[in-house]
Structure formats: structure tokens, C-alpha cells
Design a protein around this ligand. Structure first.
Ligand SMILES: [Zn+2]
Ligand SMILES: [Zn+2]
Ligand SMILES: [Zn+2]
Length: 161
């Protein structure tokens, strides 16, 4: 879709991503409150897929007050709607979108998830791959509910260990 070879994540500090997220929420008429911000910060800082429980712990340490897991779930739902966060259904964990500071349109994501350390890489699925998958699903008489793909992997360091 776009040909720029812009790299994602890493180089940008999480503060920059947070500032972008805040502006984006303001644009869409919502608000990135302090608590929402801290949840997103947790995901951006670790760069790993985190469970709501792990995020609740992070928030408690960061805010100095307990955060109920239910609140974390509600916040994650909001962040998901704003396209700042993705839910990994199979792992039941959440990950910050790597395209927060990008201008281009978000493509259907494919997540490579390390099953040992939960490091995650978000890459875009090619249109042709998506078409093949969709065909397979329809041939089997199923309807695709979500094209998002989650693959169980080992990251480089876990594979080396
Ligand atoms: Zn994304
Ligand atoms: Zn991007
Ligand atoms: Zn790993």
C-alpha cells in the first residue's frame, strides 16, 4: 500500500507514541485519561504481549494505587477501539500497535508471538495471502469473523537459549 521503508517501534520512544495517542484521541473526540495513558505506557514500554493482570500490576506500581482488573479490561477495550492496542485472542493478551506514530492506513495484522517470553512482532498480511485465506474459509463453509492472524513462535533469543 505504501512504499516507504519506515521502521516501526524501537527508535521512537514510548513518550512520542503516547503524545501521538493523546492527539489521536482528542481528534476522535475522546480522551486519553491518566489511567488509560498508563495502561498504554505499560504495553509500549515492555514491547511484549501482556495480560490484564500484568497490566494491573504495572498500573499499581506506576500510579501508587491498586487498579482493579475490570478497569484495566475496560481501558483496554477503549484503547482497542481507538486502534492503539490489539487483543491477541489466542494468548488472551494485549499488545500496543506498532503503527501509533504512523500516518498510513492500518492493514490486517499478523502477530508473531514468542510462546516463551511473549515478545510480539506485528507485521502486515499481504493482500494475496489474505485472499487465499478467505477463499479457504469460504470453501469450508465458514465465514471469517476476523482476519487477524496469530502465530505461535519462538523469538530469536528464546530460540537460541
Ligand atoms: Zn497495529
Ligand atoms: Zn506503520
Ligand atoms: Zn522469546
Amino acid at each position: 500500500m505504501n512504499s516507504t521503508k519506515k521502521s516501526h517501534g524501537k527508535k521512537n520512544s514510548y513518550k512520542k507514541a503516547l503524545a501521538h495517542a493523546e492527539a489521536q484521541c482528542a481528534d476522535s473526540g475522546s480522551r486519553l485519561t491518566q489511567k488509560r495513558k498508563v495502561v498504554l505506557q505499560g504495553l509500549l514500554q515492555t514491547g511484549q504481549a501482556m495480560s490484564a493482570y500484568e497490566l494491573a500490576d504495572f498500573c499499581r506500581d506506576e500510579l501508587g494505587e491498586a487498579m482493579p482488573t475490570m478497569s484495566v479490561y475496560r481501558i483496554l477495550e477503549f484503547l482497542e477501539q481507538e486502534q492503539l492496542v490489539h487483543k491477541l485472542k489466542l494468548a488472551n493478551r494485549f499488545v500496543a500497535c506498532i503503527h501509533i506514530t504512523c500516518d498510513h492506513k492500518h492493514a490486517v495484522p499478523q502477530f508473531l508471538i514468542c510462546e516463551q517470553c511473549y515478545k510480539v512482532s506485528e507485521i502486515s498480511i499481504k493482500e494475496s495471502t489474505l485472499r487465499t485465506l478467505r477463499n479457504n474459509v469460504e470453501t469450508a463453509g465458514f465465514t471469517l469473523a476476523s482476519p487477524q492472524i496469530e502465530l505461535n513462535c519462538l523469538c530469536e533469543s528464546c530460540a537460541a537459549a
